[in-house]
Design a protein around this ligand. Structure first.
Ligand SMILES: [Zn+2]
Length: 197
């Protein structure tokens, strides 16, 4: 696979860069077109966005019995079907406009709800300060670093993860490193003998 040809920050990647990575993953038998496409289709489906709202007592209490879903359905249909922050159609979730930390249970009103993607939802949290070298979700960034930088030791991988702004515990890096171990056994990744794992 091609290493080092891509821009350092994921924000600077062009369509051609993403296309190159995807084609690399497919050419190397990591994933197939069918798998990628079916994942995309699955993530286009805003699964349980409405039904999860309608099942919460904090929303239900604003409506006569059995009327909550009708209102939620209407709210859902009226949304634009894209993340209000980044515009993606993928992995949409219902999110509060004014956060629950500020309003408590009063935040749970349809007029205070919007659609936001999982990534934008996560990076909004105070615990997840934006400003790292990647705008990807942590789980995506872990694989993105592995496949595009191809660190040959676990130590190098962990340093990269920190460098790119990931704040989770090391065990998450160790868990993600399993991909390197699995691929090495298939002859698709090289791990240096100096590697801690
Ligand atoms: Zn978004």
């Amino acid at each position: 696979m091609n290493v080092g040809q891509y821009p350092v920050n994921s924000q600077d990647w062009s369509d051609a860069d993403w296309c190159g990575l995807l084609n690399d993953l497919i050419a190397n038998g990591i994933v197939s077109y069918k798998e990628v496409t079916s994942l995309v289709l699955g993530h286009l489906n805003p699964s349980q966005v409405g039904t999860s709202i309608a099942s919460k007592p904090t929303f239900q209490k604003h409506f006569p019995s059995r009327q909550c879903w009708k209102a939620v359905r209407q709210w859902h249909f009226e949304q634009i079907g894209r993340c209000v922050d980044c515009g993606t159609r993928l992995e949409l979730q219902a999110d509060h406009i004014i956060p629950k930390q500020e309003l408590g249970d009063d935040a749970d009103k349809l007029e205070n709800m919007t659609l936001r993607c999982r990534r934008c939802n996560v990076v909004r949290r105070p615990s997840h300060k934006k400003g790292g070298l990647t705008d990807l979700t942590a789980e995506t960034a872990l694989m993105w670093l592995l496949f595009t930088k191809q660190p040959t030791t676990y130590q190098e991988f962990a340093i990269l993860c920190r460098l790119y702004g990931m704040t989770m515990a090391n065990i998450r890096f160790e868990e993600a490193w399993a991909m390197a171990k699995w691929l090495e056994r298939e002859g698709k990744y090289s791990i240096d003998s100096q590697s801690q794992y």
